[in-house]
Design a protein around this ligand. Sequence first.
Ligand code: ADP
Length: 299
Amino acid sequence: MRIGGRRKSVIFFLTFGILLVALALALNVGWILLNWRQVALLVLGIVFFALIITGLVLNTTFLIREIRRNEQHDAFINAVTHELKTPIASIRLYLETLKTRDVSEAQRKEFYDIMLADSDRLLQTVEQVLHAGRASHKQSLANVSVIDLGRVVRECLDLTRVRYNLNPDSLLYVESMGEARPRVAGDEDELRAAVSNLLENAVKYSGKEVHISVEVAALDDRRLAVRVADRGVGIPRGQLKRIFKRFYRVQGGFMKRFKGTGLGLFIVRSIVEKHGGRVFAESAGLGQGSTFTIHLPRA
Ligand code: ADP
């Protein structure tokens, strides 16, 4: 993925560290050698000192960032392992029951449905990881065509309604486009993935009471907006930007009950940026619901 870039920055900071040590040595030796030149020494000393302090601050920032990234990697590996293991264990259990016990026809059908749902979950996790891998590359879009975004969003809503067994009132759709159709030039599958990810999050982070409203609106002559608003757990103000980073998940006691990999919003942002748009989150704080908005250029 971005191993090349990371190796480069590690080499950069390593060289930087070595230079700093050399600078410190030069300062010490210079101090002794140039002792008689009081003024020059003072000026040099101040400059070198400022340089060393700046370097140390930069190095420490880099180290802290690396440590944080490592922690997020660990959390990600744990989350993915959990997301893979749970459905596999469940499928195994049902298969063993089917093999060793006599079950009624109705029960057998129920077991098949559960196993299908589990394999869907498995597939979704694997696809999410693969998609995130692709999203890290700065490739341009493959299948670009002019798409009716209203239709794509409505189809995603229908799918979410069926998948999570939601009643029609819990997912509202509004289109404020006037006469025009919300057309964008882009890759339909990718845009569908972006909208679905936002909808799935809205359902997941709503808990039991799901009230989601989705709006497709004209911002101006050149831009469209898709807004997904929920009344769920909300997002702390300080983390509204960070949640789009790869592997990033909001921490905190009650967030533990929500499972996930921290890839969804990273995928959304990559897709939207490849389409020349941007995405941002708004929330009045914890417990206040969240709104995610995508801006895309009109076709
Ligand atoms: P995941 O949901 O797998 O953790 P995402 O990248 O989709 O990963 O989301 C990153 C984080 O952003 C989540 O862990 C969650 O804390 C926060 N988040 C995303 N969507 C919502 C939402 N609709 N309401 C509240 N928090 C959200």
